[in-house]
Design a binder for this molecule. Structure first.
Ligand code: SF4
Ligand code: SF4
Length: 76
């Protein structure tokens, strides 16, 4: 399983690259603009989301709550 890992000063998320269905809901959901759609295509044929700006993640977990496929794990 391929996983996108990101660490920040107060929060950390992991997006399950292979399970992401690229609905893009997590991108506008993040108040810190951490998440962007990636350029790689996962095994399901989707351009999965990635944590492009992990340094600003607060660990608020709004992204995880927005994901219908439960792809995002959050630590803080
Ligand atoms: S935990 Fe909060 S700040 Fe961090 S990526 Fe998710 S929505 Fe953004
Ligand atoms: S909300 Fe979940 S399924 Fe949708 S793009 Fe984000 S990580 Fe992928």
């Amino acid at each position: 399983m391929s996983v996108t890992t990101a660490r920040g000063p107060t929060g950390r998320i992991e997006i399950d690259y292979e399970r992401c269905e690229a609905c893009e809901l997590c991108v506008p959901a993040c108040p810190r603009h951490c998440i962007e759609m990636g350029i790689g295509i996962n095994g399901q044929g989707f351009t999965a989301a990635v944590c492009a700006h992990p340094e600003t993640c607060t660990g608020c977990a709004i992204c995880a709550e927005s994901c219908p496929d439960v792809c995002i794990q959050v630590w803080r």
